[in-house]
Design a protein around this ligand. Structure first.
Ligand SMILES: [Zn+2]
Ligand SMILES: [Zn+2]
Ligand SMILES: [Zn+2]
Ligand SMILES: [Zn+2]
Ligand SMILES: [Zn+2]
Ligand SMILES: [Zn+2]
Ligand SMILES: [Zn+2]
Length: 1807
């Protein structure tokens, strides 16, 4: 061993480099200064110091330091190392039960790892590792995946689908532009970036490419120096030995002597181990019982056990731990379960085991730094002790793997990944070791109970799929044989007495483990070798023969016998056998492919397989042969009946042979077959026998002969033909019959078929059986047999059977799928067989046969068959199921009809058989076939209805067509005299006996006249024509001399018949068209009648908007005068209030809506909403107990939205309905409800929308102003005057009330306002009228609805008398209008006339309700609220709680004051309300005042706006704005800069005020019923210019409708005297000043319109984001479920206990608790890893919704199951946006829950 002394110059240099460092370090150590430790934090530094102060620790480190310089051979590293560990480890890990993890880590670093590293590197580890890191990393990425992490595979370049990239590598690779797949890792795999064998192209990403960071040259330069290598060789063995020793340590109480240095103390732990049998809850329960601990502690233990694999649950003396262990066993054991596994371990043992793992991860980290480390490590791990049989270190660990606990396994596997798997050479050596112990390892795994990812056997995929490695393992380790032998050793427990498998009563879990071995076989075979050596051939054949032994155990396994009489009692287990078949499918195919690589090999394999089949085909030989005659042909065979004797569908040997046979044919090697299998041995009858039995079984099942054998048989038959199995089951059986048909005498072959189908008698003579069931059964059997004959002759799309390519085969499959109907990409994929790489080959051919049709906003994209491919359609395609067959036939016939063509669907000409199969066609023209065909046709013609079916005739016609096509093809190819295929001749020949005296051609002519076969007429005609064609072909060539003329004549006559046919078709088509027309007319008449009779139903839902339009139209026509379109002031137009007659959806009775009649109500849903919020960071109050909702903040943080589905009911009917529902649910308590009856929820009886209340429908009170009166009033009632009157009225009330109850009215000064002429009653003098009188039923509903708004909006208990009820009424009215305005704007729709009917009627009812609600509250209360509201607007009414101008939403104020104002007219004795004229003025002035306030808000809040480059205009508006600004500037003491140009201010105001004006227009329209001007009914035009004009037009129209001057600043000028003091007050407010000074931010106008967050175009960007997501609460590396909030973009950690939050004493998941804040309980999330949108509401409800991402085939991919690249679909995302803004999320959830009851089980609360 070389050391530093005799090292070369390099070593000396390095040593030299170390020299200056050493004394310094030593000095520092002696002064115990902590500054040499760079990484640990401050506290860690202190900790270390503490530790170093401990003399023992310090001296030890000193020793280490000294050693780094001396390091000579005399020094015994191992002894010192162990000594050190023996001393420190037990101390560090002493507190096992309740460890301070950080502290432990610091101590380990200081006492052991740091010195160890110092010794190893010879310098400060941090500095050294830093250097090493920079010097270059491996070219392999090797990132180990955690469960759930997204992996990428390239379908173009990956060698097989197990080759994957990590997100980082993928994003930096060329594959991101290829066809890739995304998948969720199950954990345990690793990134293959850099592995040249894994990729056909682009093996390296840019990050791992040499030269990307630290070039390759540098990499080689920067190898470790000799000294460090030397140290490593010295350190690693001790470290590794320690790890291995401790991990496999079995003594509970003792440690190895070298680690035992101190007195043994009686300190033990009771350790509980993880298993996969016991549920979480069971473990918690057992622990609670056994240890008597709290639930929380038990949970903590259980979580840790699940994660780490083991945990100490009790500490103490040996006896007490032993007791605990027994207790745990006792409490966890029951009849069905074994007890939990617990052990008592000495504290020191536990400590050392723990530290061994820590050392393992230390090594793991070290491995990533240098290839040299890895190589040294691997060498040591592989080193076998000289002369010892014992396995090397790494094998020891592997063999111990199944005994290790979860945490230890993880560390071990990671270490293998980071060392062996990063060095190709060592990976190979590791693989050799792995295979050496393969059997043992797999057996351990199978008896273990941990998941596969946790087993060392799961590493097989990493080695077996590497092509060179696989080849090496086959050649050197005989791995195929090893695997198959392992299988043979683990499966015997399933063998029955005949040595066949039998999986009855098997354990699913165990069998799943066996599958792992089968997978390994698949991995080894996945890449076919390109180069064959003798050794490889030999080993492969050996493996194949060994594999045949497994197949032998399967051949004929699980035999069944037809049950007669009684139904079977128990359905046998069939899943296991079928599942194994599925697993084996691709392996079988791969074996066949491998065999076909090499001629010699193929023949040898064939002969081996043939021998195996023959060995299995012995049974039944004992029976005597019987003879069967028909048509002069005889068949000698041993009797066997499928319906009576045992039969099995598992015949893998026969099928493998069929597969090999086809390959022999394909390669032409079949000519040499006789060299390997002699003809005598071949015995084709025997080969055909078993597959034929299987097909007969299928036929008999179809004929319901096996009814009594139960469902299991049906399932097996289904899978036998299903796409997952059929390639190695059904398809191969057909091939085997084709082999039979090609090698046997055709007549004998058919006789055999007849006999096995048990139909010999049916074609012999007519048996006059009367049993209808038997006849029916026989008919089905005949159909099934004919179908098989069609397949045997017609199905040639198998490479080898004919000369087709794999592509042709797939194309044909796709064509036939699309002949049924257009299909989605995924649906086609699912219907095609996958190869060993999970590819179907779909993409390469789909565009040749189909065109893609894009999807709309919902649904998915589909492929449609190209027209030119339709001719390929074969009605009897052998992969069609019965339903597919009839669907396809129907579709194709319909299509031909539409194209005015005949309905004949003859078979397409099949490709010619390859030579080996060419004899198959002989069965078409053999005697027995003719007999069969004739017999069936005869029966049809003779109308023996019970003996034939239409399907039978169809098949006979199909067979005839095939025969004729064959003859035609042959005639076209070769001269007539050479064509021996004489179908025409046979078919036209008379039969010899009386029974078949008529020939087929004549029978066909007769068939045309059979009425039941009308539908087959076209086909019969086609066949007759074919007869003609063949006849002419025969004649043509026999008369070669006149060939030319007769030929042309023939075609001519052909043409003329075609013409005739055409004319006939045309006539028929015309007749059909007329007939259709007539039917259509009848239909539409019917429809009209239906609508007529159900008009009531339709009226409300469909025709209301039309009606509305009609009224508007009428209105605009009758009165074209301008004033009619003004809503406010003396020029107010008339209300358009029509008599409203509505129909109750419950009782269907009509009723007019009147004040005095019984109430009608509208179903409605009230919800809190944050849809308009301007500030998501604002914390929402969860309960409104102390909330005062009078003033809405301009942020609109959370409002109350009222929506309706627009369906009307009588209040009484609704109440009855609701009560009935309550009763109903109370009786069925166990039924989980989607709606919460306690909170008034119900589903709308008509449309099933979720509702939680009803809105009473209050009629609009029509008002008309007498213009003369108005003129008169206008003279006196100025704003100033109006104000005075109000003030007097208010102060009068306050005086009045002061006498009685103490009123807290704001004291207001009377100075300047006092007018003695005015007194308390002045307000009444401008006109009053008596209040509306509502019927008691309407009143009741008013109260009910108002209470709901209050309860839901504030989340409080209902209280009819609460003072906040009116406030909430106004608030929801204002907020709902704002939401609707917002929606209309975002959708670009006109303000009026474009609302959905439901929105329109909901809004109308809501506004009218809000106006009427006042009458149900005490007027004093309303007045009180009014005065507070007016405080914002009136100069001298400011109260203590009056908010600043910037803290209140003006539209809410407007709605509040307008609706509460009539309360000022209240008199003790009489109930009065303002007359039309009075309210016109009230509305006008109130509106003007709020508008003034809003303008001021806009100006103040936009003060910081910086001017955009625009030519200043000097309009009148700009000048007014300028002068207004001067005033503001003055009142704010200069805080408001007057430099802002006037035009800019005007611009801001005009833009900012629009939403407010639009809301006001909506509000007044629905309140007063005055028609709006035309301009507001028009939508905005698309073009930019027009839009601008229209915006201007809209502004003008709004101003005119709302009685505003278009120069809004004129308002200030007009009311200057009144407004001046008000403006002064507004501006001087501290909040306003602070905002102007830039100290706080105010809302800008117009407010931003909320939309869902921007999502990236490419879904993998999101996955990328998710991969970087770290849970904010925990740092463990557990898999997280990142979820994206689509409202605010927050990424949350969902479904995890770490991020649960305690809200009101309930544990809520991250999403649910986020939703409370972000969406007031309603929220929309994107589950990133699953690619699903989740809608949730509250704590109990939610649903899934497809994410707005589509693959290139227009399909969504929930769960990323298919893994195609996904891209954002904007339309779908917009749909989600509207769902939110229309407040329909709750509705969507309710609807989805009703349809998918499956989500009931989900605990949404913890999402
Ligand atoms: Zn990678
Ligand atoms: Zn990479
Ligand atoms: Zn690629
Ligand atoms: Zn009713
Ligand atoms: Zn409804
Ligand atoms: Zn959010
Ligand atoms: Zn978390």
């Amino acid at each position: 061993m070389a050391d530093g002394a005799d090292g070369g110059p390099g070593a000396a240099g390095a040593a030299g480099g170390c020299v200056p460092v050493q004394p310094q370090e030593r000095a520092m150590c002696s002064t115990t200064s902590g500054c040499m430790i760079s990484k640990p934090s401050q506290s860690a530094g202190c900790m270390m110091q503490d530790y170093l102060n401990d003399s023992a620790g310090a001296s030890l480190i000193l020793k280490w330091m000294v050693m780094t310089q001396w390091c000579d051979e005399r020094f015994n590293f191992q002894a010192t190392f162990l000594q050190c560990l023996a001393k420190h480890v037990p101390n560090i890990y002493s507190a096992e039960m309740d460890p301070l993890l950080e502290k432990q880590e610091e101590m380990v670093q200081a006492a052991i790892l740091y010195p160890l590293e110092c010794y190893l590197f010879g310098e400060d580890p941090d500095i050294f590792l830093e250097k090493l890191q920079q010097s270059g990393t491996s070219q392999l990425c090797g990132k180990v995946f955690k469960g759930g992490e997204t992996t990428y595979s390239c379908r173009d370049c990956a060698v097989d689908p197990t080759c994957v990239l990590c997100m980082d590598c993928f994003q930096n690779s060329i594959h991101r532009n290829h066809r890739y797949k995304m998948h969720s890792s199950t954990g345990g795999g690793f990134c293959d970036c850099g592995d040249t064998e894994a990729w056909k192209a682009g093996p390296l990403c840019t990050k791992h490419e040499p030269g990307a960071s630290g070039s390759a040259k540098e990499n080689s330069e920067c190898q470790l120096n000799e000294e460090i290598m030397e140290h490593s060789r010295r350190v690693f063995p001790s470290v590794i030995k320690y790890i291995v020793d401790m991990l496999i340590w079995e003594e509970e109480k003792e440690l190895p002597p070298e680690l035992t240095i101190r007195e043994k103390v009686d300190s033990y732990y009771c350790v509980l181990f993880n298993d996969e049998h016991h549920s979480y809850d069971h473990v918690i329960f057992s622990l609670q019982r056994a240890l008597g601990c709290e639930l929380g502690e038990a949970q903590l233990h259980t979580t840790a056990i699940d994660k780490e694999g083991r945990r100490a649950v009790k500490a103490g003396h040996y006896a007490s731990c032993q007791e605990a262990k027994e207790e745990i066993k006792r409490h966890s054991e029951n009849i069905s379960q074994r007890p939990l596994h617990a052990e008592v371990l000495h504290a020191d043992v536990m400590a050392h085991q723990k530290f061994a793992l820590r050392l393992g991860s230390w090594l793991n980290k070290l491995m990533s730094y240098s290839s040299d480390f890895r190589q040294i490590f691997c060498q040591i791990c592989l080193k076998e002790e000289a002369g010892s049989e014992k396995p090397c270190f790494i094998s020891k660990l592997m063999l111990w793997d199944a005994k290790l606990h979860k945490g230890a396994r993880k560390v071990l596997h990671e270490l293998i990944f980071s060392s062996f798997f990063m060095e190709m050479e060592y990976k190979k050596l590791f693989a050799v070791e792995f295979v050496k112990y393969y059997k043992a390892l797999q057996k351990e795994y199978i008896s273990d109970d941990h998941d596969r990812v946790l087993s060392v056997t799961a590493l097989s995929v990493q080695m077996f799929t590497v092509p060179t490695l696989a080849r090496h393992l086959i050649e050197e380790q005989n791995v195929i044989t090893t695997i198959t032998e392992t299988l043979l050793e683990v499966l015997p427990e399933y063998l029955d007495k005949n040595d066949k498998f039998n999986f009855q009563g098997y354990s699913q879990d165990k069998l799943n483990r066996v599958y792992a071995v089968i997978y390994d076989l698949r991995y080894v075979l996945v890449s076919k070798p390109t180069l064959w050596t003798d050794r490889l051939r030999e080993r492969f054949l050996e493996g194949f023969v060994s594999f045949l032994r497994i197949l032998t155990c399967m051949q004929g396994m699980e035999e069944i016998k037809r049950q007669i009489g009684q139904h079977i009692e128990v359905d046998p287990d069939w899943e296991a056998a079928i599942a194994i078949q599925m697993q084996l499918k691709n392996i079988l195919l791969m074996f066949q492919e491998w065999c076909a690589c090499d001629e010699e090999l193929l023949l040898k394999a064939y002969s081996e397989c043939h021998k195996a089949v023959m060995r299995c085909s012995t049974n039944g030989r004992s029976r005597e042969k019987t003879v069967f005659h028909l048509c002069g042909h005889t068949l000698e065979s041993r009797p066997y009946r499928v319906s009576a004797d045992p039969v099995s569908i598992h015949l893998p040997l026969s099928r493998t042979l069929a597969g090999l046979h086809v390959r022999l044919s394909k390669t032409g090697t079949i000519s040499r077959l006789h060299e390997f299998v002699s003809p005598e041995e071949f015995q084709v009858e025997l080969l055909v026998e078993y597959p034929l039995r299987c097909l007969v079984l299928v036929a008999q099942v179809a004929a319901e002969m096996w009814r009594r054998n139960g469902l299991s048989l049906i399932s097996q038959v289904f899978y036998y033909q299903d796409v997952k199995c059929r390639e190695e089951m059904y398809d191969k059986d057909i091939i085997m019959l084709q082999i039979g048909a090609s090698l046997m005498d055709p007549n004998q072959f058919l006789l055999l078929i007849l006999q096995r189908y048990e139909l010999a008698d049916a074609f012999k003579k007519m048996k006059p059986t009367k049993d209808q069931d038997l006849i029916k059964q026989c008919n089905v059997l005949i159909e099934e047999m004919l179908q098989i004959l069609i397949y045997v002759v017609g199905e040639r799309y198998v490479p080898g059977v004919s000369n087709v390519t794999k592509e042709d085969v797939i194309m044909r499959e796709i064509i036939h799928l699309l002949c049924i109907e257009p299909m989605a990409h995924s649906a086609i994929t699912k219907s095609l067989p996958e190869n060993e790489n999970n590819e179907t080959g779909l993409e390469s051919v789909i565009d040749k046969v189909a065109t893609f049709k894009k999807p709309g906003v919902s649904g998915h994209g589909v492929y449609e068959l190209k027209d030119e491919c339709l001719k390929e359609f074969n009605m009897f395609f052998y992969h069609y199921t019965k339903t597919q067959h009839s669907k396809a036939e129907h579709t194709q016939k319909k299509r031909r009809k539409q194209e005015n063509r005949d309905e004949a669907l003859p078979p397409p000409p099949p490709p010619g058989f390859s030579p080996a199969f060419s004899n198959v066609v002989r069965i078409l023209n053999c005697d027995v076939m003719m007999h069969i065909l004739r017999t069936i046709l005869q029966r049809a013609v003779e109308l023996e209805t019970h003996l034939w079916t239409e399907a039978m005739i169809q098949m006979v016609l199909h067979l005839l067509s095939l025969g004729l096509l064959e003859e035609k093809q042959q005639l076209q190819k070769s001269p007539e005299e050479e064509v021996t295929f004489d179908f025409y001749h046979k078919a036209t020949r008379m039969g010899s006996s009386a029974l078949n005296a008529v020939n087929v051609l004549m029978l066909l002519e007769k068939l045309k006249r059979v009425p039941q076969l009308e539908a087959q007429k076209d086909t019969v005609n086609w066949i007759l024509q074919m007869f003609d064609t063949v006849k002419r072909l025969r004649e043509k060539s026999s008369l070669t001399t006149v060939a030319a003329t007769s030929g042309s004549e023939a075609t001519k006559s052909d043409e003329s018949t075609q013409d005739k046919e055409k004319a006939e078709r045309k006539r028929k088509a015309e007749a059909a068209r007329l007939h259709r027309q007539k039917i259509m007319a009848q239909m539409s008449a019917l429809q009209r009648n239906f609508i007529e009779t159900h008009k009531l139903l339709y009226e409300n839902t469909l025709e209301a908007p039309g009606k509305e339009d009609a009224i508007m139209e009428e209105e605009s026509m009758s009165s074209a005068i301008d004033y009619s379109k003004i809503a406010l002031g003396p020029k107010r137009g008339p209300s358009v209030a029509e008599k409203e007659v509505l129909t109750c959806i419950l009782c269907q009775e009509e009723q007019e809506v009147k004040l005095e009649s019984a109430a009608m109500v509208l179903s409605a849903c009230v919800q809190k909403s944050t849809a308009l919020t301007q500030n998501r960071s604002r914390i929402l109050e969860l309960s409104g107990d102390t909330l005062d909702p009078l003033f809405m903040h301009p942020d609109l943080p959370c409002g109350t939205h009222t929506g309706s589905c627009g369906h009307v009911m009588h209040a009484a009917c609704w109440q009855k309905y609701f009560e009935a529902m309550q009763l109903n649910f109370r009786q069925r308590l166990h039924v989980e409800q989607i709606f919460d009856l306690e909170n008034g929820e119900y589903l709308c009886p008509l449309c099933k929308s979720l509702c939680n209340t009803v809105i009473p429908i209050v009629p609009l009170q029509a008002q008309k102003i007498n213009s003369e009166d108005a003129e008169a009033v206008a003279q006196i009632l100025s704003l100033a005057r109006w104000l005075e009157i109000i003030i007097v009225r208010i102060s009068g009330y306050s005086v009045k009330n002061a006498k009685g109850e103490k009123q807290n009215l704001p004291a207001f000064a009377n100075k300047g306002m006092g007018n003695s002429a005015l007194e308390f009653h002045s307000i009444l003098s401008f006109g009053v009228q008596s209040s509306a009188k509502y019927s008691s039923s309407i009143k009741e509903m008013l109260i009910l609805f108002a209470t709901t708004i209050y309860r839901v909006g504030l989340k409080v208990a209902p209280n009819e008398a609460d003072y906040r009820i009116p406030m909430m009424t106004w608030s929801t009215c204002a907020f709902t209008i704002q939401c609707i305005e917002n929606l209309l704007e975002t959708e670009g729709k006109p303000l009026f006339g474009s609302l959905q009917n439901r929105q329109h009627s909901g809004l109308k009812a809501l506004v009218q309700f809000a106006a009427a609600q006042r009458t149900t509250s005490p007027q004093v209360l309303i007045q009180k609220h009014l005065i507070r509201l007016l405080g914002v607007l009136l100069p001298n009414l400011k109260g203590e709680d009056t908010p600043s101008l910037l803290e209140v939403d003006m539209f809410h104020i407007l709605v509040g004051v307008v609706l509460s104002f009539p309360s000022l007219y209240w008199e003790d004795a009489v109930d009065l309300q303002p007359s039309s004229i009075s309210s016109a003025y009230n509305h006008l002035y109130l509106f003007h005042l709020t508008t003034l306030a809003h303008i001021t808000q806009i100006v103040v809040s936009s003060a910081t706006e910086s001017p955009t480059a625009r030519s200043p205009d000097n309009s009148e508006e700009a000048r007014s704005a300028q002068s207004f600004c001067r005033e503001v500037c003055q009142y704010t003491g200069g805080c408001f800069s007057q430099d802002i140009p006037g035009w800019l201010v005007w611009d801001c105001v005009k833009k900012g005020i629009m939403p407010y004006l639009r809301c006001a227009a909506l509000f007044f329209h629905y309140l007063l019923g005055v028609s709006p001007p035309e301009e507001l009914l028009q939508g905005q035009k698309g073009s930019e210019k027009l839009k601008f004009v229209s915006e201007e037009g809209q502004f003008k129209a709004l101003c005119s409708y709302l009685s505003l001057p278009t120069n809004l600043f004129l308002l200030f000028q007009e009311y200057w005297d009144t407004v001046n003091p008000l403006l002064q007050r507004w501006c001087a407010d501290p909040v306003v000043l602070s905002c102007l000074k830039g100290k706080s931010i105010a809302v800008r106008y117009p407010r931003k319109r909320n939309s869902l967050i921007e999502l990236p175009e490419d879904y993998s960007c999101l996955l990328n984001q998710a991969s970087q997501f770290r849970c904010p609460r925990s740092s463990d590396d557990e898999q997280k479920h990142p979820v994206l909030c689509l409202f605010c973009g927050a990424m949350l950690c969902s479904q995890n206990t770490c991020c649960q939050e305690l809200v009101n004493g309930e544990e809520l998941g991250a999403c649910t608790s986020h939703a409370l804040q972000c969406g007031a309980g309603v929220c929309m999330f994107l589950k990133i890893r699953e690619c699903k949108v989740v809608l949730i509401e509250g704590k109990t409800r939610g649903c899934l919704y497809p994410a707005p991402y589509l693959d290139e085939y227009g399909e969504t991919d929930p769960g990323l199951k298919r893994g195609n690249p996904l891209h954002l679909c904007r339309e779908r995302y917009r749909k989600l946006h509207l769902l939110w803004q229309q407040h329909c999320i709750i509705e969507e959830i309710a609807r989805s829950q009703e349809t998918n009851q499956i989500f009931f089980g989900f605990n949404w609360q913890l999402l």
